[in-house]
Structures are given as structure tokens and as C-alpha cells.
Design a protein around this ligand. Structure first.
Ligand code: 9MR
Length: 383
């Protein structure tokens, strides 16, 4: 079996990584993910500050080998990039853009308007009460013009608005200050400002749980309203925070069809697969405080059993097979992180757990899921 010489280190590492796994991936599938996804969609990862600044060298090596698009996991969020009125912090975002530019990667900016990770001052007037509609609109559009304008021509697509629709009824989250004060008009203003700041950038609406038909209908209505206003919107970002057995593959399939039929690109923007339970009654708890009563909440502290590893591999392969089912409908799949070592899911919804949601393990080795995904893609129709 022959491999191009530049792939030999990867093949070698993959083999090393597989020695301890029972579900050993076949050698022939040990190619970079981005080669396997060619002809289907771009494949990417959300990257953190340690990777952007090069401190996490193993993480950077995986990003270089496997991914052709990157999203900053946190560093472009309002809280980080614009912590105080009139003060921006572009240090890490500039490094992110340099990281991607020097590697020729497709860069996605995340995110311009979100109820979370936005400092309180944004929503406050001088009297400490809600900012007026005019003040808030001016803050929003100034922020977007400044951030998008700075990276014009470099960041190729923006998650303009994130998570504006409620799960239960598919309506706008009017309990959050953005929408309580600005309503839907705030969203229109955000898309208009982003387009004005970089007319060539793709603009997206990003959301989770789009497999829920009620929520999906609300999002479809919103993105159609954005388009009906004559505003640029290229696609819908479907986050894809999944579990081993939820949502159903048919629900994922339905959501791709609905958005694609309505003329929107679909991107899986934050894919990961938790192997742990997600109980609502321990939300925000620290696992060391609850482990004694509920050890089943963190059952894989000492490693993931082979059968779970195989289940994870199958789940990933099944999801990628659905993403690739309608050539051209899904244009990008971005994983929300690189390895299990740094995934946000180790700390959510319970802090300090040991989760295994990514394609690469805590020792930066490819999990059997990588081979399974590659195999699924090889069997899928191409554009
Ligand atoms: O992965 C991010 C984590 O490090 C942050 O603490 C968290 C703060 O809310 O945001 C996480 O990323 C979120 C993303 O920006 C939007 N969709 C949900 C993601 C997971 O919470």
C-alpha cells in the first residue's frame, strides 16, 4: 500500500493511536479528513486561543493536517473583542486571521449578535436601565462595522446572528435584551451592517436544535424574512451538538432538506457528539460535588470502553453520511473543537467531567471515528 510521503507521519501516528483501540481503523483509510471531504464540503474546526497562538502544538498539527476551515471558538465574541465601551481587543482575533491567512484556510467569524457572552454594558443606558432603541442599534451596528470591517476580504463568512429563536415555540427570544429592545429589526440591522462592512463576505444565521420541527419552522420564517427584506443571507448554520442517539438521523435529514429547498446553504457549524448523560437537575454543578450520589453522570473517567468507542464511530459516520447525502446542499462541516482534551463539553452542563465528543482523543490521536467518517464519505455521492 502506497501513501504520498507527506502523509506518512499521519499514517504512522494513526497506527500508533490505534494500538490501544479494539475497533482498529483499516490502514487504507488513514488519510487527512480534508482529503476525504473533498467533493462533498469543507471540513473545519473551532480553534481556541492556545491553538491560535501556537501554544498547543499538537492541536495545531491536527488542524494543519485535517482541516481546511477554522472558526474562533471564543475570541471574536463581543465579551472578548469589545469588552468595554469604545475599547476593542484585537490581539487574539488578529492572530486568528493571520493563522488562517498563512495557511490559506477559509475563515469564519463567530459571532456578531448573541445574547450570551455579551457584556451587560451593551444593554444599559446612562441611568442603568435598558438602553434606548437608538443607542442599542448604534452600538450593534458600530460593533459590526468595526469588527467585520477590520477583517474585510480575509474572514470569508460570518455567523451574524446566533441563537435568536426559542426552542419551545419557534419565536424570537424576546426575554433577551437584544430582542426585547430591538425586536426582529435588530437582526435586519445586523445583517445590513455586516454586508455594508464587507460586501463579499458570506453571511449566516446560526442556531442549535434545528432538528426540532417547531424551532426549525421559526428559524425558516426568520431567514426568509431577512431575505424578503432584500438583505444578504447565504446560509443557515446548524450547530450539531448531538448525542449518541439523538437527534434521529431522519430529523437531521429533514432539516437539511427544508433549508436547502428554501434556497439556503446548510453548514454544520459546531458538530460534536457527547457520550455522557445530560441531566437537567445538575445543571452548572461541579462533578466532584455530585459524583458520590450520581457516578453514572461521569462514567468514563478512566477511559472509553471499546463498545462506546465503536458506537461513537458509527454515530459520526452516520451523521456524515446524511450530511453528504444531497450533494451541494451542505457546504461545510465544522467540529466544535479539535480533541477531547479541550472540548467545552467537559464543562457543560456539569463542570469537570470526562467527555469524548471529538474525532481526536486526549492524546491527540485519531479515534476510530475518523476512519469511519472517511469510509462513509468514500461511499457517498459527490458533487
Ligand atoms: O465552546 C464555547 C465555550 O468555550 C464557551 O464557554 C461558551 C460560552 O457560552 O460558548 C461555547 O461555544 C458556544 C458557541 O459559541 C455558540 N453555540 C453553543 C456553543 C457551546 O455552548
Amino acid at each position: 500500500m502506497k501513501f504520498p510521503s507527506r502523509l506518512l507521519p499521519f499514517v504512522f501516528l494513526s497506527l500508533l493511536g490505534c494500538q490501544t483501540q479494539t475497533a482498529t481503523p483499516p490502514l487504507a483509510t488513514a488519510i487527512p479528513l480534508k482529503e476525504a471531504t473533498r467533493g462533498h464540503f469543507l471540513v473545519g474546526a473551532a480553534i481556541n486561543a492556545a491553538q491560535i497562538t501556537g501554544k498547543d502544538r499538537a492541536g495545531v498539527a491536527l488542524i494543519d493536517t485535517h482541516f481546511d476551515t477554522i472558526t474562533p471558538e471564543n475570541d471574536m465574541k463581543w465579551q472578548h473583542i469589545h469588552p468595554e465601551l469604545g475599547r476593542y481587543n484585537f490581539r487574539v482575533p488578529d492572530k486568528f486571521v493571520e493563522f488562517g491567512r498563512s495557511r490559506g484556510m477559509w475563515m469564519v467569524g463567530h459571532t456578531l449578535m448573541w445574547h450570551s457572552q455579551t457584556p451587560d454594558w451593551v444593554f444599559k443606558g446612562e441611568d442603568g436601565k435598558d438602553a434606548s432603541r437608538e443607542v442599542l442599534l448604534a452600538r450593534l451596528t458600530d460593533h459590526i462595522r468595526t469588527v467585520v470591517g477590520r477583517y474585510r476580504g480575509k474572514v470569508k463568512g460570518w455567523d451574524v446572528v446566533n441563537e435568536a429563536i426559542r426552542d419551545e415555540d419557534g419565536l424570537l427570544r424576546t426575554e433577551k435584551p437584544w430582542y426585547r429592545i430591538l425586536g426582529e429589526e435588530g437582526i435586519f440591522a445586523a445583517f445590513a451592517a455586516a454586508h455594508e462592512a464587507d460586501p463579499d463576505a458570506e453571511l449566516y444565521y446560526n442556531e442549535y436544535a434545528l432538528e426540532n420541527p417547531v424551532k426549525r419552522a421559526g428559524v425558516l420564517k426568520l431567514v426568509q424574512a431577512i431575505r424578503a427584506r432584500g438583505l444578504r443571507i447565504d446560509g443557515v448554520g446548524s450547530q450539531g451538538h448531538y448525542g449518541l442517539d439523538w437527534p434521529e438521523l431522519s430529523e437531521i435529514d429533514d432539516s437539511i432538506k427544508d433549508f436547502a429547498q428554501a434556497g439556503f446553504k446548510v453548514m454544520y457549524t459546531e458538530l460534536d457528539v457527547t457520550v455522557l448523560p445530560r441531566p437537567t437537575n445538575y445543571f452548572g454543578a461541579e462533578i466532584s460535588k455530585v459524583f458520590a450520589q450520581a457516578p453514572e453522570l461521569d462514567s468514563f473517567r478512566d477511559g472509553l470502553p471499546a463498545e462506546k468507542q465503536a458506537e461513537l464511530a458509527k454515530r459520526y459516520a452516520d451523521c456524515f453520511a446524511v450530511f453528504a447525502k444531497y450533494p451541494g446542499a451542505v457546504t461545510r462541516v465544522t467540529l466544535w473543537g479539535v480533541t477531547d482534551r479541550t472540548s467545552w463539553l467537559n464543562n457543560w452542563p456539569i463542570r469537570g467531567r470526562t467527555d469524548y465528543p471529538m474525532l481526536f482523543d486526549r492524546q491527540d490521536r485519531a479515534k476510530p471515528a475518523v476512519a469511519a467518517v472517511i469510509e462513509a464519505l468514500q461511499a457517498a455521492p459527490q458533487r
